[in-house]
Design a protein around this ligand. Sequence first.
Ligand code: URA
Length: 272
Amino acid sequence: MTGTDLHSAAAQLLRWYADMGVDVALDDEPHDRLAETATIAAAPVRAAPGGVAPRAALPAVATPTAAPSDAAQAARSLARSAASLDELRELLGRFDGCALKTTAKSLVFADGNPQGRVMFVGEAPGADEDRSGVPFVGRSGQLLDRMLAAIGLDRTKVYIANVIPWRPPGNRTPTPQEAAVCQPFIERQVELADPDILVCLGGPAAQSLLGITEGILKSRGRWSSYDTGTRTIRAIATLHPAYLLRQPLQKRLAWRDFKAIRAALAETAAKD
Ligand code: URA
């Protein structure tokens, strides 16, 4: 092979990786994921019965090879068993029922203040969040920070999470199975954080948490109620910052929503 052939073969391989959604190197060493999956599959599929057993004593909880309904059922029991946000993060870190975990570098659980009165939920982490393990740190996160600042908030006052806690490869849309398996965890996360106000960033979060199926441009800015499992709180959907980066003229709509959030927070504070 000549140098030019090698160069062209390497370029073709890189193009194929990019087409397949492989756009970031996670580690210096290659991993044989098929062999790892086979090892995990040999362990019994089980959910933690009640409390959290020590990490070493437990096999991975549910495997990506389990039937989707088994994985979703395991996710439900596991999420319910978490008594605190720390425990939920720990259980989620050990949960192997979602294949997205195998391609992601980090579990992106949450950022901000879990005692904050308002909780923002996005769709799924991107490459920057996957690298850092922190939600909304890339360009859309920086815009979110500026939007928060415009209504007098910052990450010491709000809690931030995603419906899906692992980055889908190449930022593809999560499959319905992946979304179904992650759903009980975000629901439990909202219940345990217990905010007064829930804000869904973008259509997918609004669909998953508020059951909104119409377009986000229609549904944004409308208050609804959300049952956390222990109480009913106020909820609103607004435009995702990534969308606003592409469509800056729509920021005026998001600004209306953020002013409504500021007013609702002032109302709740006045009641306390
Ligand atoms: N987009 C999201 O929905 N979540 C993040 O954490 C980052 C970008």
